[in-house]
Structure formats: C-alpha cells, structure tokens
Design a binder for this molecule. Structure first.
Ligand code: 5RP
Length: 262
C-alpha cells in the first residue's frame, strides 16, 4: 500500500505520524482538518485501538469529527473541553516564524478558535508548504453570506493600501454553488501573491464588517513538523529554537495502510 503513495502523501504521512508522539494519555487534543490532519487522526485512532491511548478529541470540522469517530477517538465539543492541551493541524503555507496561511479546506474559523484555545499548536506539513514570504497560496477569508459582494469590493479596495502584490478576491465555489462553511458562511480567496505585513493585514481584515475571520495564523503555531517524501521529518520548535531531524520507517505503519483499504 505505501508503494502507491505519492512522495507528497508520504511526506504528509510521516509528519502526521511523528506528531502523535506529542499526544499523551488524558490529553484533550484539537484535531485539524485536511489531508495531512486526516493522517494524524488515523494514526491517533491506531494508538487508541491498539495501545489503549485515552484522549478526548475536539474536531475542527464535521469531516474531521466523522473520521475521528470512525477510527475510535472520543469526540467532545470545545465547550465541553474548555481548554486543550494540544492542537495538531495542517497548513497551506508556513514561514520561518511559523506564521501560517490556513483555510484551503474551508475550516479556518473553527481551526483558529481551537488552536487559540490550546496550550500548544503543532502544524504538520509536507516540505512544499514552506515559503519565504506568505501569500503565494490564496488567502482564504470567511465572510457572512449577507452582502458578500459588497464585502468583496470593500476588501479589494482596502487591499490597495496593504503591502501585497495582487488584490483579486474570488468566491470559493462547490460546483455551481458557493462553498458553504460549517458555520454557514462563504469563503473569499484573496490572490495576493505576496503578503509583506501579514500581522497588519490580519488585523485590518478582521475589523471589516462582514468578515468573520481570516486564514492568517500569526504567533499561534509553536512547532512545525515538516515531512519529506523519503521518510525524513524535521521538527522545528519556535519557542525552544530547536530543529530535530528524524526518519520514519513506513513498514512500521503497514497496519494503518491495511486499515485504510478496508
Ligand atoms: C483546512 C486547512 C488545511 O490544514 C490546509 O488546507 C492543508 O491541507 P492539506 O493537509 O490537505 O494539504 O487549513 O482548512
């Protein structure tokens, strides 16, 4: 089964596999959304089933909640958990300061709430997500459906005074209808090319009426685990200022891949 994985999927898998080493018995864990986070949820499920790991998971989307239940993780709401020990999630881009663009999967609002309510946020990503400057990946912002076209125009106008290269905003679609988030909102993808002052942009966006949240995660992530297609993983801890290198053996995980085929 592992032979069928692309190098990017292998990179995502090894990052996810390494991240579950941070999860301990009794923890309340925020469960991210996306393909990398899905690997992490499966790895955690394996530990719950096979090793009796006892955790409670707070999912960041209905998709993740379904998968978590499927693999045997006890799911609770954020309000039940109140505070989390750890959140593990993917990202669309990360820079050297571990600032992120998230929301490619449309779950940025719940992801940001959950990550912010955690002692620690760990991002798991393939090395292709690393950038010098954020912004090549279109920045998702979640907007209220009411008056979204007006909000879009106002956002584009506001971008004139920001340190960005482009300022086109597009409504995210799901087939011929707008994509609707778990909270019933729309997503605008901002094609900025390069974001010079991410902190400033994040603050200005969130002051605009109609904008619920933006996909810039500034000073939220503590650790990035970077996966490579050959099984190498690099763990970068921004607080400790450390970088650890490791290599994961795919063979150890054959049960997991067999499970996936069921
Ligand atoms: C979802 C996200 C994801 O974490 C991000 O899009 C990365 O996804 P993937 O792991 O599939 O590359 O922010 O809203």
């Amino acid at each position: 089964m592992t032979g069928e994985l692309s190098p990017i999927d292998k990179a995502k898998f090894v990052a996810a596999k390494r991240s579950v080493d941070y999860v301990e018995d009794g923890m309340r864990v925020g469960l991210g959304t996306g393909s990398t986070a899905a690997w992490m949820v499966r790895c955690l499920g394996e530990l719950v089933r096979d090793d009796g790991l006892k955790i409670k998971g707070v999912p960041t989307s209905t998709r993740t909640a379904e998968l978590a239940r499927e693999v045997g993780i006890e799911v609770i709401s954020l309000d039940e958990a109140k505070w989390l020990d750890l959140t593990i999630d993917g990202a669309d881009e990360f820079d050297a300061n571990l600032n992120l663009i998230k929301g490619g999967g449309g779950a940025l609002l719940q992801e940001k709430i959950v990550a912010t309510a955690s002692d620690q946020m760990i991002v798991i990503a393939d090395v292709g997500k690393e950038v010098e400057t954020l912004g090549a990946f279109p920045l998702p912002i979640e907007v209220i459906p009411f008056g979204w076209e007006t909000t879009k125009s106002l956002v584009e106008e506001m971008l004139i005074s920001m340190d960005v290269l482009g300022r086109d905003a597009t409504l995210r679609m799901n087939g011929d209808r707008p994509f609707v988030t778990d909270e019933g909102n729309y997503i605008l993808d901002l094609h900025l090319g390069r974001i010079g002052k991410a902190n400033q942009l994040a603050m200005v966006l969130n002051q605009m009426p109609g904008v619920v949240e933006n996909g810039l995660f500034i000073d939220i992530c503590d650790v990035v685990i970077v996966g490579y297609g050959d099984g190498r993983v690099e763990t970068r801890d921004i607080n400790e200022g450390t970088v650890e290198e490791d290599r994961l053996d795919f063979l150890e995980s054959e049960n997991l891949f067999t499970d996936l085929q069921d």
